[in-house]
Design a protein around this ligand. Structure first.
Ligand code: DLL
Length: 436
C-alpha cells in the first residue's frame, strides 16, 4: 500500500479537481485584480479582465509573472492582503539583484503545513516518527517549511538547522530521529562525516529522508540511499509559490506529484511561452489558487521538467512531473550545445571509483568555450600512480562526451578537495561570466 496523508484531496477524481481549480482560479484572479495595483496594470495592458476568466480553460489568457515583477515591487508590492494579515516573511537571495520577498497569512501557513504534511506523509511518516530538520532556518523556506509539515503530522520535530556536522551526527545518534530533511548535498556530507568517524548506518534510526532545494539525479539518490541506508524522497518547491511542498515524490518513486488543488501547473516552451505536449521538456509555470498573501499568476520558474502522463501506481490523481532536470539559467551553452549539470552528474554517479562530488569550470580561451569537470576519486580508488589516474580520467571523459556530444576536459582530484555545502551546492564556476 502507498502511504497518502490526505486521500480525499490527493486522489480526488480528475474532473472534480479541474472544477475545483477553475473555481479557485476565478476567485484568485478577481482578488489580485482588485487588491494588487501591479496586477491590475498587467492585466489591463494584456487586455484581459477578471470576467474573461471563467474556468481553467482561460488560464492562458493571463499574462506571465516573472521574478523581475517581484523585484520591481520589492519588498511587499505584490501582496494581496494588508500587512496586518501577514504573519510570516521569507526571502530568497538568488544570485543577482535584490532578495525576493514573500509573505504568508495565517491561512497560508495552514496550506503550507498541509502540502508539507502530504510531502512527508508520502514517505509513510506518521505522528509516531521523529523528524530531524537540517535545512537552514531563517529567511530560506527549507527549515521552517520542513518544520511546519512535520508538526502538522504531529511528529516530534527537531529544528537542527544547518551547520556543525559533528553536532548533527550526535543528534542523529542520540535523539534517534526516524526521518531527515536537508539538501541532498548535505546528506552526502553527513554520510561522509559518519564514514570518517567509523559510524555505521545501522547505528542510526533513520528510515527515510526528504531531500530537495537543488537538482539531484537518480544516481545521487541511490548513492545516498546506500550510504545512509534510507529510502529517499525528492521535494520540490520555490519560495515564490510557497516554499518546499509544491511537488513531492511518492513511494512509487516515479516522479513528483504537484499539489494541484493549490497550484496549477503548466509546462511551456520558454522561448514561445506556448504549452508543450505532455512528456516533453519545458519550463514549469505555476499559478497559486489558494494563497492569500502572494497569489502569483502564471509564475515563470525557469525550472525544467516534463509531465509524466500515465496515472501513478500510488493512486494519486494529481499531475506528476519528472525529477527536475535543472534551471534554464543553470543550463550551460558550451560551443552552442545545451548542457545541464544533471547530465554530467548522472554519468558520474554511474561510474565506479568516483565520488559524487564535482564542479564544472567553464571558460572561453581564444574564443572557444571550454568545460572542465573536476571530480573526486573515492578513498579506495585514490592512487599516486599517474598512469592509473590518467586511464580513469580518459574513461570518465569518454562517458561524459558520449552523453553530451561535445569534448570536455576531466580533472580527477584527491578525495575531499571539492568544497562541501551545508545548503545548496554551487556546481558551476563560469569564468566567462566573471569577465563580462
Ligand atoms: O529551495 C524551497 C525548497 C526547500 C525546496 C527545501 C525543497 C526543499 P528557493 O530557495 O526559492 O526555494 O529555491 C527554489 O530551487 O526554483 C529550483 O531551481 C530549485 N529546487 C528546489 N527544489 C528542487 C528539487 C527552495 N527537488 C529553486 N530539484 C527552484 C531540483 C530544486 N531543483
Amino acid at each position: 500500500m502507498y502511504s497518502i496523508y490526505n486521500p480525499e484531496a490527493e486522489t480526488m477524481p480528475k474532473d472534480r479537481l479541474r472544477e475545483l481549480q477553475s473555481e479557485r482560479l476565478v476567485r484568485t484572479v478577481k482578488r489580485v485584480y482588485e487588491n494588487v495595483p501591479a496586477y491590475r496594470k498587467k492585466f489591463d495592458e494584456a487586455g484581459v479582465r477578471p470576467e474573461d476568466i471563467k474556468s481553467i480553460e482561460d488560464l492562458t489568457k493571463l499574462p506571465f509573472t516573472y521574478k523581475q515583477d517581484l523585484r520591481d515591487n520589492y519588498p511587499y508590492g505584490l501582496f494581496a492582503v494588508p500587512m496586518d494579515d501577514i504573519v510570516r516573511i521569507h526571502a530568497s537571495s538568488g544570485t543577482t539583484g535584490k532578495q525576493t520577498v514573500v509573505g504568508y497569512t495565517r491561512n497560508d501557513l495552514k496550506v503550507w503545513g498541509e502540502v508539507m504534511a502530504r510531502t512527508i506523509g508520502a514517505g509513510g511518516i506518521t505522528n509516531k516518527d521523529i523528524g530531524h530538520i537540517s535545512y537552514g532556518y531563517g529567511l530560506f523556506t527549507g527549515g521552517l517549511g520542513g518544520h511546519i509539515g512535520s508538526e502538522t503530522i504531529g511528529c516530534a520535530t527537531i529544528p537542527a538547522s544547518t551547520g556543525n556536522t559533528a553536532r548533527q551526527v550526535t543528534i542523529l545518534l542520540d535523539f534517534k530521529p526516524t526521518f531527515l530533511l536537508c539538501t541532498p548535498s548535505y546528506a552526502l556530507t553527513l554520510a561522509e562525516y559518519m564514514a570518517e568517524h567509523g559510524i555505521t548506518r545501522e547505528q542510526l534510526s533513520l528510515k527515510c529522508g526528504f531531500f530537495g532545494a537543488e537538482p539531484w539525479t537518480r544516481g545521487m539518490q541511490q548513492d545516498i540511499e546506500n550510504r545512509l541506508g534510507i529510502e529517499c524522497f525528492d521535494i520540490y518547491g520555490l519560495s515564490e509559490i510557497i516554499g518546499p511542498g509544491v511537488a513531492y515524490e511518492c513511494q512509487a518513486h516515479e516522479g513528483l506529484h504537484v499539489a494541484e488543488d493549490h497550484f496549477i501547473l503548466e509546462v511551456i516552451d520558454p522561448s514561445t511561452g506556448k504549452p508543450v505536449p505532455d512528456g516533453e521538456r519545458g519550463e514549469l509555470v505555476f499559478t497559486c489558487i489558494t494563497k492569500e498573501a502572494l497569489p502569483l499568476i502564471r509564475y515563470r520558474t525557469h525550472d525544467v521538467g516534463y509531465i509524466i502522463p500515465e496515472p501513478c501506481k500510488c493512486g494519486r490523481t494529481h499531475a506528476r512531473i519528472s525529477k527536475l532536470l535543472g534551471r534554464t539559467d543553470d543550463m550551460l551553452i558550451i560551443r552552442g550545445v545545451n548542457v545541464f549539470p544533471s547530465q554530467i552528474e548522472s554519468v558520474l554517479t554511474s561510474l565506479e571509483g568516483i565520488a559524487p562530488h564535482y564542479q564544472l569550470l567553464v571558460d572561453r580561451v581564444n574564443n572557444r568555450d571550454s568545460l572542465t569537470v573536476l571530480v573526486e576519486m573515492t578513498e579506495e580508488n585514490f592512487t599516486d600512480e599517474v598512469r592509473k589516474i590518467e586511464a580513469m580520467a580518459v574513461k570518465v571523459r569518454r562517458e561524459i562526451e558520449n552523453v553530451l556530444g561535445i569534448s570536455v576536459d576531466v580533472r580527477l582530484v584527491a578525495p575531499k578537495t571539492i568544497t562541501r555545502f551545508e545548503g545548496k551546492a554551487v556546481r558551476i564556476i563560469d569564468k566567462r561570466k566573471l569577465r563580462e
